[in-house]
Design a protein. Structure first.
Length: 218
């Protein structure tokens, strides 16, 4: 009867190619040079407003100046339709099928805006697993504030929850929410695994159902 709350980008899907393409589209449309994948990927994880500010700052513009609103609007609009670069990590569907059969209730809590998150989830065919999907604009706060994770757990109606993510922001979110953190090691983290706060780590989604089934609650 456990709730599983998942991050999206870098956890369930490799969205870096899609984010890279969309970021460069909004930049080049305004005459700025395109950025390499590593640079854009380093901006990912703290939500679309943070991404836009990083893009502007990298272009030598005021990150909170008059260009922010039009660039943000363009990026979010493109996010909803330019979804081809979103791909599933290996073994995700099989793991989610097993977890659903085990009776786990599952949600997504992502800093990506809600409508683009839904578009990405539909593109990779995961919507059937997640009755609750919260994005970075669904609530007044976003991760690492714990509000999104607490809201997801409440909507799932389960007393116990595990949080699954890939990044430093996710680790901090789990600590703030008071939830055990399962770290997917193949995502977008910059910190070595051993230096991140987590209760378990996995590199292969085929291991996740066994981790959940064998979880020892205090």
């Amino acid at each position: 009867m456990t709730a599983l709350i998942f991050d999206l980008d870098g956890t369930l899907i490799d969205s870096a190619p899609a984010i890279h393409a969309v970021s460069n589209a909004v930049l080049t449309a305004r005459g700025y040079p395109a950025l390499d994948m590593a640079t854009v990927r380093s901006f990912v994880g703290k939500g679309a407003p943070h991404l836009v500010r990083c893009l502007l700052q990298n272009a030598g513009e005021n990150p909170d100046g008059p260009l922010f609103d039009p660039l943000y609007a363009d990026l979010v609009t493109r996010y909803e339709t330019e979804v081809e670069g979103n791909t599933l990590y290996p073994g995700v569907v099989e793991a989610l099928d097993t977890l659903a059969a085990m009776g786990c209730a599952m949600a997504v809590a992502t800093n990506k805006p809600e409508r683009p998150a839904l578009a990405a989830i539909r593109h990779v065919g995961l919507e059937r697993f997640f009755p609750v999907i919260l994005g970075g604009d669904s609530l007044p706060t976003r991760k690492p504030d714990p509000g999104m994770v607490h809201a997801a757990q409440a909507r799932l109606g389960r007393d116990r929850a595990l949080y699954v993510g890939d990044s430093e922001v996710d680790a901090e979110t789990a600590v703030n929410a008071g939830l055990p953190f399962l770290l997917y090691t193949e995502g977008y983290r910059k910190t070595p695994v051993e230096k991140m706060t987590h209760q378990a780590a996995f590199s292969d989604f085929s291991r996740l159902p066994a981790l959940v089934k064998g979880w020892s609650w205090p």
